[in-house]
Design a protein around this ligand. Structure first.
Ligand code: CA
Length: 246
């Protein structure tokens, strides 16, 4: 791999055997790696070295992984994969709610870490490049990210700045489920975390403006207990049973 294209992964882990294992596999896959062994060092390295992705252990000395993620999300959208021994579904969702991009439970296979790193980076790059496109087209809906304009069947739809950012954030990751907390931190900033009703209210007004039938949305779909996704197919939900939306 060309050194100038090399992506840097910051591994935040206090157990040296684990960080060395991930490091070996990531280096073999062509990534540059940095290791932070506590939370304070992780925040400092993120600020000074601008890694492309962070693998973040939750249980850390000094500053715990959740606090590290909060500090990072306050001003940056660097992708974060949380690494933790917690493995209940609830803990997994909590990790994602903090604005993490993925979650790996311990014990983990280092190959799994490499493949998740690649997939999160790919998703993030797709999103970044979509947000820089001149236009994104989904059937009758056309979004012009640069001029912050949206048209439906050629007619301009009047959106507020937040509605536009919410729509663009969802549509730049089509068919990916985004949690309310991750939408809050991306569109409103981290200080709004906890007030996820804000997202629901804005989704409601957005649907009224872009959906034919806001009660049966074709584009902005609710994923029960998790969040929302932008469905690029524009097809009506097949079933109202929330269990089937999982
Ligand atoms: Ca640990």
């Amino acid at each position: 791999m060309e050194p100038k294209n090399q992506q840097t992964i910051l591994i935040v882990e206090d157990e040296a055997t684990l960080s060395n294992l991930s490091q070996t596999y990531l280096n073999a896959a062509g990534f540059r790696t940095l290791i932070a062994s506590d939370g304070a060092q992780a925040i400092e390295m993120h600020t000074n070295q601008h890694p492309d992705l962070i693998i973040l252990d939750i249980f850390l000395p000094k500053v715990d992984g959740r606090e590290v993620l909060k500090a990072i999300r306050a001003w940056s959208d660097t992708p974060v994969i949380i690494l933790s021994a917690l493995n209940s579904e609830e803990d997994r969702i909590k990790g994602l709610d903090l604005g993490a991009d993925d979650y790996i439970t311990k014990p983990f296979s280092p190959r799994e870490v490499v493949s998740r790193v690649k997939s999160v980076l790919r998703r993030f790059q797709t999103q970044q490049s979509n947000m820089r496109q001149d236009k994104l087209e989904f059937g009758p809906i056309t979004i012009y990210p640069k001029v912050r304009r949206i048209e439906k069947n050629g007619d301009v739809i009047d959106l507020t700045a937040k509605e536009f950012m919410l729509l663009l954030t969802l549509a730049s990751m089509p068919n990916e489920v985004l949690t309310r907390e991750s939408l809050l931190s991306r569109v409103w900033g981290f200080e709004y975390l906890g007030d996820s009703r804000t997202v629901d209210v804005h989704i409601g007004t957005l649907r009224k403006k872009i959906e034919e039938n806001p009660a049966k949305p074709r584009y902005i779909k609710t994923i029960w207990r998790v969040g929302y996704k932008f469905d690029s197919s524009g097809l009506e939900e097949e079933s109202d049973d929330p269990q089937l939306d999982q």
